[in-house]
Design a protein around this ligand. Structure first.
Ligand code: FMN
Length: 151
């Protein structure tokens, strides 16, 4: 029920539950992130990515990648809205979820797309892991929003 530009709803949800595949994607995503450095990240994140014990998906049992049409100027926004709805619905079902941006750059490569059989016409926008949280996570503090009343 997420809104989408011109109500296109042209998103694709790829569900992955195969543990071996999730482990493989995690390893490949880590190797790609450290070798290519496609994003400007704080140095401690690169240290984490270089740690053999770190799993980008935290060994969650399921990953849902929301992909949007490359040709749609609002494809990414639509996918982000669908992903947020998905995360809220998961929370309502008592599940934990997390957007794993660290997996995005490798998923968008030709090898990554092939690994998850992503459609050529779409870009992976929102990789969301789902699972049962081991303990209720403490809320992460939020900054006061920058709200400017101009009239
Ligand atoms: C676009 C995006 C990418 C993110 N990528 C990661 C990630 O790769 N790994 C991770 O552990 N958390 C990731 N997160 C989760 C944020 O770190 C988290 O939402 C933030 O710290 C607030 O915590 P909370 O969602 O538990 O309230 C990402 C969140 C967003 C919106």
């Amino acid at each position: 029920m997420a809104p989408s530009a011109v109500n296109r709803q042209d998103w694709v949800f790829t569900v992955v539950r195969d543990r071996a595949l999730l482990d493989d994607v995690s390893s490949k995503a880590k190797a790609y992130m450290t070798a290519e450095r496609p994003l400007q990240l704080p140095e401690q994140l690169y240290e984490k990515l270089a740690d053999a014990k770190f799993h980008v998906f935290y060994r969650a049992p399921a990953l849902i990648v929301v992909s949007g049409p490359a040709a749609d100027p609002w494809g990414a926004e639509d996918c982000a809205l669908a992903a947020e709805n998905l995360m809220l619905a998961a929370h309502g079902l008592g599940l934990g979820s997390c957007w794993i941006g660290l997996s995005q750059p490798w998923l968008a490569t030709a090898e990554g797309r092939r690994a998850l059989a992503l459609p050529d016409t779409h870009n992976p926008i929102a990789p969301i892991i789902l699972g049962h949280a081991s303990a209720p996570p403490a809320p992460v503090p939020r900054k006061t929003p920058d709200i400017r009343w101009i009239g």
